[in-house]
Design a protein around this ligand. Structure first.
Ligand SMILES: Nc1ncnc2c1ncn2[C@@H]1O[C@H](COP(=O)(O)OP(=O)(O)OP(=O)(O)O)[C@@H](O)[C@H]1O
Ligand SMILES: [Mg+2]
Length: 246
């Protein structure tokens, strides 16, 4: 009978590689399999590109079916955005390796009921297509539903809890104020996740910081990254000073 420590090691040993050049080596080979990670950052910091690349790499490099859940954008725009990087997603969409689902946030009944319905739909897709990785972009859109921050918080918790039940490695994005120590819009998102990755844009420089990741000896420094013709590339050997981030 393995003890708890061994079980924990077995659980966290398995990694879901993001396939984003330079990133996996900062987090012991990838995101802990089955974990949830908050990807936060100000506007225009590459949250959407990162999420798309995670799903695309899953299909291209690891033969893992992925689900991109968009809350704000039209699925066609997401597909177009991906193709803009020269990623041939049509083939993967036909094979159901890349799937884009738009959440319907127009309130039909209660907000709780709405989240429940959406979670049921997402669970159905995950089971049917044997989805292994999910990206949800962006949870900040929940705020368009309601004004009351405590209701938004409880909805976010409910939603994150539902996602954790699925046997997937999940990233969800949240837009934050562009401040160094602000990791979420409602002050709770970081507590719902096993990991927090923060993106910064201090024109013209972009950088990335792994704020926390359970079960992972991760890099503690801020690293620069670039957007190339084929997507994001992180520079694991280079460092950005905190003072250089605004
Ligand atoms: N094909 C591309 N080549 C180079 N740079 C690009 C390309 N597409 C987007 N960008 C740059 O990347 C930035 C970040 O894009 P992205 O949409 O991922 O940011 P975001 O954090 O999701 O922003 P938002 O707050 O709008 O959701 C864009 O504002 C643009 O400057
Ligand atoms: Mg975005």
């Amino acid at each position: 009978m393995p003890n708890f420590k061994e079980l924990k090691e077995v659980y966290f040993l398995e990694r879901t590689k993001t396939g984003i050049t330079g990133l996996d080596e900062l987090i012991e080979g990838g995101l802990p399999k089955g974990s949830t990670t908050l990807l936060s950052g100000g506007t225009g910091t590459c949250k959407t590109i990162f999420s798309m690349q995670y799903i695309y790499n899953g299909a291209l490099l690891y033969n893992e079916p992925g689900l991109f859940v968009t809350i704000e954008a039209n699925p066609k725009n997401i597909a177009w955005n991906m193709e803009n990087f020269g990623w041939d997603i049509k083939k993967f969409q036909e094979e159901r390796k890349i799937n884009i689902y738009r959440m319907h946030l127009a309130p039909k009944k209660t907000f709780g009921g709405l989240i429940k319905d959406e979670l049921e739909t997402i669970t159905g897709i995950v089971k049917e297509l044997e989805i292994k990785r999910i990206a949800v972009d962006s949870t900040t859109a929940f705020a368009s539903l309601i004004d009351d921050p405590s209701t938004i918080r409880s909805l976010l918790f409910k939603f994150a809890d539902g996602l954790k039940e699925l046997d997937c490695t999940t990233i969800f994005t949240a837009e934050t104020k562009s401040e160094r120590n602000v990791f979420s819009a409602y002050g709770v998102e970081e507590f719902m996740a096993d990991g927090v990755i923060v993106l910064y844009f201090t024109p013209p420089n972009r950088s990335i910081f792994v704020r926390k990741m359970r079960g992972t000896k991760h890099s503690k420094t801020v690293h620069p990254f670039e957007i190339t013709q084929n997507g994001i590339i992180v520079k694991p050997k280079e460092q950005v000073l905190w003072e250089a981030i605004k």
